[in-house]
Write a protein that binds this ligand. Structure first.
Ligand code: NAP
Length: 329
């Protein structure tokens, strides 16, 4: 019998409510899946914050070990694709929704969820990237795949001080794009410039009712916010430009018109990280190993103790944190 270890677990309270608490569990409490991993680091994403503060309906079955991101090592594997000692990353695939998640010292996962950690990236940096950073890379690849090259014009990044936004700015500026960042927190303008944003605009400039088409400005957009901000960004996107929609931090609705699509050939691309196939994940992580400046990434990191996860989740949703929150498990 293995020794006990701490896990952050959501436990049902009747049919409609739940509570989240640290509990001691053993390997016997983990799911019956083939790869046992030692979780070294995790991170706090917007979705983790929604689940742990009970502000969003993320968790679909109880009891649930919370946390959507794992970086660690394989301890043992019943699948020959993985060997003890392999450095791995796992995210999405329903972790913390329908599958047991990351906030535990050990976890069992399916062999087809794992991505080998690229050389040169530590467990801590992998979680500073995390789902947010890997989603940022999927957005950058969405722009590239649709012909948005560095000489097409400016790229707008919304929700800029957040996890996805911060990493998107770093990657895009390193690749040579001119990045304009939208933030509701002007006090972080210098931080955003230090990541590579060339210009900062305020949230109010986009978070308003848009005209069907506005003055063309953006060659591409990475949108973490949704709602009115996304509608305005679409209305301002240049002929043949591409908008990658990945988030809903400002709202899930989208009131737009067909005009930018049929008169300017604007493309609206949906970005999903959760069920993305392994080949797409591997491609994105390989790019992150080369196209993200890890020294710059350090600027966006706040290290959090495991015991601080619940309060850090509340801070994230209240707009009191920025960049990437990394958790040593
Ligand atoms: N599609 C996917 O697979 C996927 C993957 C990861 C994340 N996401 C989604 O992407 C979004 C961003 O994730 P994240 O991890 O970057 O979250 P985050 O760290 O909390 O950042 C979100 C940012 O959005 C801005 N924001 C917050 N509330 C807002 C509001 N009411 N109106 C306008 N802007 C607001 C803030 O930036 P400023 O203060 O700078 O304005 C905030 O820092 C979330 O909706 C998340 O669920 C989706």
């Amino acid at each position: 019998m293995s020794a006990g270890f701490q896990a952050l677990i959501a436990t049902a309270l009747g049919d409609r409510d739940y509570e989240v608490s640290f509990q001691e569990i053993t390997e016997a409490d983990l799911p019956d899946l083939p790869v046992l991993v030692e979780v070294d680091y995790s991170t706090i994403n917007y979705k983790d914050a929604l689940a742990i503060t009970k502000k969003g309906r993320i968790i679909r079955s109880f009891p649930m070990i919370c946390g959507i991101d794992i970086a660690g090592k394989v301890i043992s594997s019943q699948d020959e694709a993985w060997q003890p000692g392999d450095d791995i990353i796992v995210n999405g695939f329903g972790l913390s929704e329908t599958m047991q998640g990351a906030f535990t010292k050990r976890q069992r996962v399916s062999a087809d969820w794992l991505v080998k950690l690229p050389k040169g990236i530590s467990h801590r940096h992998a979680m500073a990237i995390g789902t947010a950073g890997y989603t940022a890379m999927l957005c950058v690849q969405g722009l590239e795949d649709n012909g948005v090259s560095t000489n097409e014009g400016e790229i707008l990044v919304t929700g800029a001080t957040g996890g996805v936004g911060s990493v998107a700015i770093m990657i895009l500026s390193k690749l040579g794009y001119k990045v304009v960042a939208v933030t509701g927190r002007a006090e972080h303008s210098e931080y955003l410039k230090s990541l590579g944003a060339e210009e900062i605009i305020s949230r109010e400039e986009l978070d308003r009712d848009a005209k069907p088409m506005e003055k063309e400005r953006w060659a591409g957009v990475v949108d973490c916010v949704g709602g009115k901000t996304l509608a305005t960004a679409i209305a301002q996107t240049k002929y043949n430009g591409t908008v990658c929609a990945c988030g809903l931090a400002g709202g899930f609705e989208l009131n737009s018109t067909v005009m930018p699509f049929i008169l300017r050939g604007v493309k609206l691309i949906g970005i999903d990280s959760v069920m993305a196939p392994i080949s797409k994940r591997e491609k994105a992580w390989k790019r992150l190993a080369t196209d993200l400046d890890l020294n710059l990434l350090e600027k966006s990191i706040t290290d959090i103790k495991f015991s601080e996860v619940p309060s850090a989740c509340a801070d994230l949703l209240e707009g009191r944190s920025k960049g990437r929150l990394v958790v040593k498990i």
